[in-house]
Design a protein around this ligand. Structure first.
Ligand code: TRP
Length: 450
């Protein structure tokens, strides 16, 4: 079979763009603002930024390292590096996580398509944040339409994977990513001119430390992992495409900075608008969709701004769904390669599309499942995978290779590498364990003791 030739990224830019394309998506623009809105604004932001630095960056490096070292995707990487099957279960957990995420992620991508079409049809004309709430509620009650919109996302994603036009998408993101940034900056400027917007900035940037609870930390951690695309092996595949000379630390740093910048910009658009329009910041998943169209109504070239932004949002979402679906496709492809019924890339794409339709259906028709898979993956499965991956790299892989990759000669790089090693060995695993114990009621028990 020719499917698993390991292609490689010919340029640094290509690698960074593909990784950034996977990272920047609905996590930044849809989920980050609504999570921040529910968890106290500034309190969430500060915990989130710390999480990105202490957990996100090292995890990104860890996944890319597993891939670069093994030259395999999530399916084969653990087996190859450990020389046995004892870590194989990891790839199964990764796949289950990916499948659960696809359910709600594709549904929300479907919402974006609806908003794109509505923007093209000029349906938001004259709407306010209040009437947008009714619009959103109507959309939510029309289950079959929702399912249909998500199918557009499935077909688009499957199409890209089918024709293997990832490279084209990559080149496209070279133009689109900066455009998205420019568009968002313009929106920040416009929104800050609205009356009452400063209250939003205050909400987003003023840290009220009393609002930081263990739950804030867990939510921020889960959000940071989801946003950076770590915790289910998607980046192991990208690491496998890296060339020897490409530097993991630099790539990871750039991706973290870009991804965090987009999330912070999204917050700087949403919260000032939320306060200017009198919307409740803790409104939940619909927050962004209620506020955005009302912002365009205030912008010059309202129609064009709306269409353009939702187009960029749909594209950002699709570059993320591609990497999500690719995890499952590559898994099935590799897992069956040596069996009597190998499934080639095309067959895998069809099977995975069918599986995804089921998970989307479950999320669309049962809102509890949507909420559950959103929370369960971010708060349990992804941190659990991160725990296993850090233990694997920190304790089971040779330290010598690790230092070889991250810096073995004395100097700044070497200290950074040693620091990374401590974080991966002790800090991340211990913190995640403590967070889980807390989930089981430990924190409450301790508080009762005193
Ligand atoms: N990071 C993406 C976002 O913020 C979501 C995503 C895409 C993802 N591919 C992934 C998350 C792979 C985990 C793994 O929207």
């Amino acid at each position: 079979m020719t499917e698993h030739k390991t292609p490689s990224f010919s340029s640094k830019v290509g690698l960074i763009l593909a990784t950034a394309g996977s990272a920047v998506g609905l996590g930044n623009i849809w989920k980050f603002p609504y999570e921040a809105g529910q968890s106290g604004g500034g309190a969430f932001l500060i915990v989130y930024l710390i999480c990105c630095l202490l957990f996100g960056l090292p995890m990104l490096m860890t996944e890319l390292y597993i891939g670069k070292q093994s030259q395999k995707s999530a399916y084969g990487a653990f087996r190859k590096l450990s020389n046995n099957n004892r870590w194989q279960w990891m790839s199964w957990v990764c796949i289950i996580t990916a499948l659960l995420i696809t359910g709600f992620y594709f549904e929300v991508t479907g919402w974006c398509f609806h908003y794109l079409f509505a923007a093209i049809g000029n349906s938001f004309k004259g709407m306010t944040a209040v009437t947008m709430q009714t619009h959103f509620a109507q959309l939510m009650s029309n289950k079959w339409a929702l399912f249909g919109y998500s199918m557009i996302a499935v077909v688009a994603t499957a199409g890209v994977l089918w024709f293997d036009v990832n490279k084209g998408i990559e080149r496209l993101s070279k133009i689109l990513m900066p455009l998205l940034l420019v568009m968002m900056i313009l929106m920040v400027i416009r929104v800050l001119m609205l009356d009452g917007s400063h209250k939003g900035l205050e909400f987003f940037f003023k840290v009220d430390f009393s609002k930081i609870t263990p739950n804030t930390v867990l939510a921020a951690l889960g959000q940071c992992f989801l946003s950076l695309s770590v915790g289910l092996g998607a980046l192991i595949t990208y690491g496998a495409y890296m060339q020897k000379s490409q530097n993991i630390t630099a790539t990871s740093l750039q991706v973290v900075i870009l991804d965090t910048a987009v999330a912070v910009l999204a917050g700087m658009i949403i919260f000032p608008a939320v306060f200017a329009f009198g919307v409740n910041p803790a409104e939940g998943p619909q927050l962004v969709f209620v506020v955005l169209p009302a912002i365009f109504e205030k912008m010059s070239f309202a129609w064009l701004s709306g269409v353009f932004f939702f187009l960029l949002l749909c594209i950002a979402a699709i570059t993320s769904t591609i990497s999500l679906m690719e995890v499952i496709v590559a898994f099935i492809n590799e897992a069956t390669a040596k069996t009597r019924h190998p499934l080639n890339r095309h067959k895998s794409v069809i099977i995975v599309s069918a599986m995804i339709m089921l998970t989307i259906g479950a999320c669309v028709f049962r809102e509890e499942i949507f909420n559950w898979s959103d929370d369960f993956t971010a708060n349990i499965l992804i941190p659990l995978n991160a725990l296993a991956m850090t233990i694997f790299v920190g304790w089971f892989l040779p330290k010598k290779d690790l230092l070889e990759e991250f810096g073995k000669e004395k100097g700044f790089k070497h200290y950074f590498a040693l620091c990374y090693l401590q974080i991966v060995r002790y800090f991340i695993p211990l913190t995640i364990v403590i967070i889980f114990l807390n989930g089981l009621g430990l924190w409450d028990a301790i508080q009762k003791l005193f």
